[in-house]
Design a protein around this ligand. Structure first.
Ligand code: FAD
Ligand code: SF4
Length: 567
């Protein structure tokens, strides 16, 4: 009896945060700064800033395969190797697919990074705020349920996280892309500026901007206090940045939390489920499988933040069953795991541009040009719901220039000159959450830690097809009006998931009958459990989502600290 009480005491904290990625890192920072003893449970290995970025300073010729992933690696990783950021220099930050099985009832490419820092090490760092055009969309357009919050609720928290994170960009004054707190922007190059001018000339409803991104173009004191320095525009970010030039949990929130002395970070700890105490009518802790010893351990806390990234958060809650919650924690509505949505990335265009042959650009800019969503913004003006952002960049072909052939001095001389201007354009489309797009647990198949495997049942619909066709037409028109040549539209036909913006399943809402979380991200029926990663999203907007997860997390921590009486 005493032993058990002692071990409970030893394993007790004020707060448990599940996951150390973008949202979990923010939860840890906020709680630790507010003086709370915080346990962060992370299923993967530890990754220390700088020391654990083994390829960050390597040259192409340092890699046995010059940076390309091998056939063996692609065979072991049939899913993550589809991600553009997966290569010889970065593959250590992605899961090994064969070690982490799940069941694709319908094709779904689940891209995961299981380590301290999660996907914050390998994200593309694009950061845009949501506006009321997104928060009001479900009620305006009649899908999903109404969000329980509006832009004004999140605006101060966007500012709060942006100042710490460091976002470069302009204040563009666009109604459906509210301005961020910004550091100096990266520059558009001459061809992108040319397209910007043409878009201004031909369209009232479109504007080309430089992508706002989590890079320190000019660090402020709060960034140097984090030990982070100026971005060098090398665009080797996916290897981990030794300068701390971009925001990751590893370079920013986790070491900041550790400095307070209140953080306990426990890698190799797969959370199996959340413990619900029927008598106390609240969650009291979590069950964890230690991946080294394979032991099942228990940890206890007054408040639990679930930040395992969208689908794993769904999995943990579905696996947290008790007599009170036989279908998963907080799941009285039966909607847990349902209304999962994502971003439609299927469409892209390539083109060439003649001229500006005497112009080049500085460095490898780690961001791109954007055209914020212009479809169905102020009113419904197409036969599909919602819209898409357009991202594009112009660059000059490098030394490999379309595999041109030759040999000898003349050939070498030729390839030292930059090639023609090329343009790449892609979409980021909103998908509409639907009940049938869901995840659930397998009844008979388990993973290596005895946890039921996740079944993904998520697909496109007619709305997504129409939105895709519209982008391909509009993209072609924009490039034509800009004087581009050789315009080729392309539908990758890729499965959902490869966008890596999956959201929903534990959605926020006003009514416990039709949602899982309230306006503070608390489970309606178990108020000391908060979900602030992508799982909480009622709809998905067209913006890159992680900035919104950060803002929701900081806001929810503030709520927990001011209202949970026991911490
Ligand atoms: C190549 C790429 C490009 C991207 N580009 C962008 C972009 O430009 N802009 C943008 O907004 N987003 C982008 N994203 C998406 C972004 O990375 C995610 O939205 C973000 O990381 C989500 O944060 P998170 O905290 O929810 O999850 P993660 O950062 O994935 O962290 C979740 C953590 O939880 C851990 N975990 C999972 N299950 C358990 C468990 N059972 N027990 C314990 N720990 C667990 C994981 O190991 C992981 O460390 C990109 C992603 C990738 C891969
Ligand atoms: S581009 Fe900036 S953030 Fe990326 S690796 Fe280089 S210095 Fe680091």
């Amino acid at each position: 009896m005493n032993l058990s009480i002692n071990s409970k005491k030893k394993n007790s904290y004020d707060v448990i945060v599940i996951g150390s990625g973008i949202s979990g890192g923010w939860a840890a920072k906020e709680f630790c700064e507010k003086g709370l003893k915080t346990l962060v449970l992370e299923r993967g290995r530890d990754v220390r800033h700088i020391t654990d970025y083994p390829t960050a300073m390597s040259n192409p010729w340092d890699f046995p395969h010059r940076g390309r992933s091998t056939v063996v690696s692609e065979t072991i990783n049939p899913i993550v190797n589809k991600c553009y950021a997966f290569e010889e220099a970065t593959e250590h930050f992605f899961v090994k697919d064969n070690e982490h099985p799940y069941i694709q009832e319908k094709p779904f490419d689940w891209i995961r990074g299981y380590q301290v820092g999660g996907k914050s090490l390998i994200w593309a760092r694009q950061t845009q705020r949501w506006s009321d055009f997104e928060f009001e969309a479900p009620s305006r357009d009649g899908f999903a349920v109404d969000w329980p919050i509006r832009y004004k609720d999140l605006a101060p928290w966007y500012s709060y996280v942006e100042k710490f994170t460091g976002i470069s960009g302009n204040r563009d004054g666009i109604a459906n892309l509210p301005d961020s707190e910004v550091l100096p922007p990266f520059e558009l190059n001459c061809v992108e500026k040319h397209i910007q001018e043409k878009v201004k000339e031909y369209y009232q409803d479109r504007q080309v901007i430089i992508g706002r991104c989590a890079h320190l173009t000019q660090p402020n004191e709060i960034h140097t206090q984090q030990g982070r320095g100026q971005c060098q525009a090398r665009h080797l970010c996916y290897r981990g940045c030794p300068y701390g030039g971009y925001f990751s949990s590893n370079s920013s929130t986790i070491p900041w939390a550790a400095k307070t002395g209140n953080l306990t970070l426990r890698p190799h700890s797969v959370v199996h489920s959340i413990i619900y105490d029927e008598q106390k009518q609240k969650a009291t802790g979590v069950r964890v499988v230690d991946t080294n010893s394979k032991e099942m351990l228990e940890f206890f806390a007054e408040v639990i933040f679930v930040n395992a990234a969208c689908l794993n958060t769904n999995l943990i809650l579905l696996n947290s069953t008790s007599s009170r919650f036989p279908n998963g924690l907080g799941n009285d509505s039966g909607l847990l795991g349902k209304y999962v949505a994502f971003h439609n990335y299927r469409g892209s265009l390539t083109a060439s541009f003649e001229g500006y042959k005497d112009k080049y650009y500085y460095g490898r800019r780690p961001t791109t040009a954007f055209i914020p969503s212009f479809r169905n913004v102020f009113k419904q003006d197409t036969d599909f719901l919602r819209g898409y952002m357009v991202a594009f960049s112009a660059s000059r072909a490098g030394w490999h220039q379309g595999g041109q052939e030759g040999f000898g001095a003349e050939y070498k001389e030729n390839i030292t000159q930059p090639g023609d201007w090329e343009i790449y354009m892609m979409m980021q489309g909103e998908t509409v959450p639907k009940e049938q797009n869901h995840v659930r647990l397998s009844k008979d198949q388990k993973d290596a830690w005895g946890i039921p495997q996740l079944i993904t049942s998520i697909e496109y619909d007619q709305n997504d097809e129409k939105l895709l066709q519209d982008f391909l037409m509009q993209g072609t028109e924009i490039l034509e009006k800009s004087g581009c040549k050789n315009i080729s539209p392309y539908d990758s036909g890729q499965a959902p998931g490869l966008d890596i913006h999956e959201m929903g399943g534990v959605r926020m809402g006003k009514d416990p009958k039709t949602s899982l979380l309230n306006q503070w991200n608390q489970l309606h029926h178990c108020k000391n459990v908060y979900v602030t990663d992508g799982a909480c999203m009622t709809s998905v907007g067209n913006q890159n989502p992680s900035l919104t997860f950060m803002a929701l997390t900081a806001r929810a921590v503030n709520h927990a600290v001011s209202t949970q009486k026991t911490i």
